[in-house]
Design a protein around this ligand. Structure first.
Ligand code: ZN
Ligand code: FE
Length: 278
């Protein structure tokens, strides 16, 4: 033991150097930048050292400006689904940075190079995302989860305080997708596709006016928005507590809707329909 403590610092230095070639995502000191786009979209730029990954580039120009300002070499473009407000910048960014486009198995993704499927890991320079299939908003919608940082990129599946409209899938699919997300660690940080949080929570409060957790969260969100700050990320714990779309089985929500004896899917469907006409 005493001998071990006397290992010369040069040897320790060599050991550390060896370790540093195999740094995990966390040790890489990853940063995340929110790039607002098209009014209420967020594009996310993950960066480390001088490399980057962009998620759901709604448009090219703010991304190209950001990576130029930060001297970042882009390594990949990730897409959660094919809607233009998530892929609009794909081809121009790919052309200018030679980055591969990784997204769901859907020919509607412009310039798709690599398909990301549930159960498969997507690795970019040692940064490994888990892929979750989360249909409902669209049939091929996926989410990317980065376990080492507990970062979830949910696109238009789970929103802060809400969920995406069901355009192509079924209510059942969307409910299953959200329940899958709900199994991630509670301290997961949720980076969703849009700044819809205030409207989502106003809706949530309209169906449950006496819910103190929603009241408090809405007050916090209003405060942030009044200072033009993003409300993203939220944590999964906050969502489980206040997002009605993750609480379809909660007796308090069922009671507020007068649906005490309804199934989880019936409650979810009702809440989604009420939100559509809110
Ligand atoms: Zn969408
Ligand atoms: Fe969207």
């Amino acid at each position: 033991m005493i001998r071990f403590l006397k290992i010369p610092t040069t040897i320790l230095g060599i050991l550390l150097l060896c370790l540093s070639t195999n740094l995990s995502a966390k040790e890489k000191q990853m940063n995340i930048t929110l790039i607002p786009a098209l009014g209420d979209n967020y594009i996310y730029l993950i960066s480390w050292e001088n490399k980057g990954i962009v998620i759901d580039p709604a448009e090219a120009s703010p991304v190209l400006t950001e990576i130029q300002n930060k001297q970042i070499t882009l390594r990949a473009i990730l897409n959660t689904h094919h809607h233009s407000d998530h892929v609009g910048g794909n081809e121009q960014i790919k052309e200018q940075t030679n980055s591969p486009i990784i997204g769901p198995d859907d020919r509607r993704i412009p310039g798709l190079d690599q398909v990301a499927k549930e159960g498969e890991a997507v690795s970019i320079d040692g940064i490994t995302f888990q892929v979750l299939s989360v249909p409902g908003h669209t049939t091929s919608h996926i989410a990317f989860y980065l376990p080492e940082m507990k970062w979830l990129f949910s696109g238009d599946s789970l929103f802060a305080g809400g969920c995406g409209r069901i355009f192509e899938g079924t209510y059942e699919q969307m409910l299953t997708s959200l329940k899958k997300i709900a199994t991630l660690p509670e301290d997961t940080q949720v980076f969703c596709g849009h700044e819809y949080t205030q409207n989502n929570l106003e809706f949530a409060l309209s169906i449950e006016p006496n819910n103190p957790a929603i009241q408090q969260r809405l007050a916090n969100v209003k405060q942030k928005r009044s200072q033009h700050q993003p409300t993203i990320p939220s944590t999964l714990a906050e969502e489980l507590l206040t997002n009605p779309f993750l609480r379809s089985n909660d007796p308090a929500l069922k009671q507020a809707l007068g649906m005490e004896n309804a199934t989880e899917l019936e409650v979810f469907t009702k809440v989604r329909q009420l939100k559509d006409s809110y």
